[in-house]
Design a protein around this ligand. Structure first.
Ligand code: PMV
Length: 318
């Protein structure tokens, strides 16, 4: 009985969240300490026909044929079926596990979609549909279910599994992978507060519509920081990178997407010697990130936990 497995990492946005929806550049990186995995298995003869979708972590078990159009797992499978031009799929059992916290800005939805797309395309003997570019494109269609108008950065970084410099563009997004000159150590601290990306993105849109000049200026400021940050990463200038993160956090505060909990963790990291800190992702909950010097991990982790973080992950970008 053939079995195919694949995985996709979590992600953090280092620079440019929200502004990226309005065409500004942003930088995101994978977080490999957490991942989504998908296993595709041929169903043994004699068992009921169809495609079974199982997500034990979510206590979810459905059939593709009867799933509704809000089911992201089913949507990922349908994207592959359509891309492969198959009128019908063989009888399969698809099981998904994820250690990525949901609704916290770590890209859990995009990673689950990417893992399923990768495993299923390979299982069907279509490695041409399992390239980073194809996986990103198919996962984008799935992201639309929960996010409305996603910029595309989440599905891109989990599909490429490398730091990416991203700009939303028509007809094709600008996607550039790039090398960092020195390892970048970051802590990712969770406020424990769930936040709906769709709700925060639409509230920013409401404010932008009411005050376009002010918000365009904030977005342009974020774009400027993302461009400078890419140069700092490529030069290994971590001190400048940290300053740019602090500035990005201030712009996100001005967009009203921070929260008391996020501000508390950011301030705690900054005063405990982090090179820089900011919220990461949609905001109003979810995670913040702190840039640290190697060797400072244990003390900064303790600081963040004492300031209320529910979980602290480490990520090293190389
Ligand atoms: O999924 P999150 O919480 O990391 O947020 C995505 C980042 C936004 O820029 C706020 C939205 C988007 O589509 O890029």
């Amino acid at each position: 009985m053939a079995v195919t497995t694949a995985s996709a990492p979590g992600k953090v946005i280092l620079f440019g969240e929200h502004a990226v929806v309005y065409g500004q550049p942003a930088i995101a990186a994978p977080v490999t300490q957490v991942a989504a995995t998908a296993e595709v298995r041929d169903t043994p003869p004699g068992t009921p026909a169809g495609v079974r979708l199982i997500a034990p972590d979510l206590a979810q078990e459905t059939w593709l044929a009867t799933s509704d159009d809000q089911d992201a797992l089913a949507a990922a499978v349908r994207q592959v079926q359509a891309a492969a031009g198959l009128p019908q799929l063989p009888n399969l059992t698809i099981t998904v596990h994820s250690s990525i916290p949901i609704a916290s800005g770590l890209g859990s939805g995009a990673a689950i979609a990417a893992a399923v797309i990768r495993a299923l395309t390979r299982h069907l003997g279509r490695p041409d549909l399992a390239t980073a570019e194809q996986v990103a494109a198919l996962a984008y269609e799935v992201e639309k279910i929960h996010h409305g108008t996603p910029s595309g950065i989440d599905n891109t970084v989990v599909a490429y599994e490398q730091p990416v410099y991203f700009e939303r563009r028509q007809p094709h997004n600008l996607i550039e992978t790039f090398a960092v000159a020195r390892p970048v150590h970051i802590l990712v601290a969770d406020t424990g507060i769930r936040s709906s990306t769709k709700a925060v993105v639409s509230d920013v849109r409401r404010q932008w519509t009411a005050s376009p000049a002010a918000f365009n200026q904030l977005f342009a400021g974020c774009g400027h920081l993302a461009r400078s940050a890419r140069r700092a990463l490529e030069a290994g200038d971590l001190a400048s990178l940290g300053q740019l993160m602090n500035e990005n956090h201030r712009l996100l505060q001005a967009m009203t997407v921070s929260s008391a909990e996020l501000d508390r963790l950011v301030a705690a990291a900054q005063s405990a010697g982090a090179l820089g800190a900011k919220l990461s992702g949609a905001g109003r909950g979810g995670n913040m990130i702190a840039l640290i010097e190697p060797g400072r991990e244990a003390s900064l982790r303790a600081t963040l936990l004492a300031a209320g973080a529910r979980q602290v992950l480490t990520s090293v970008l190389k």
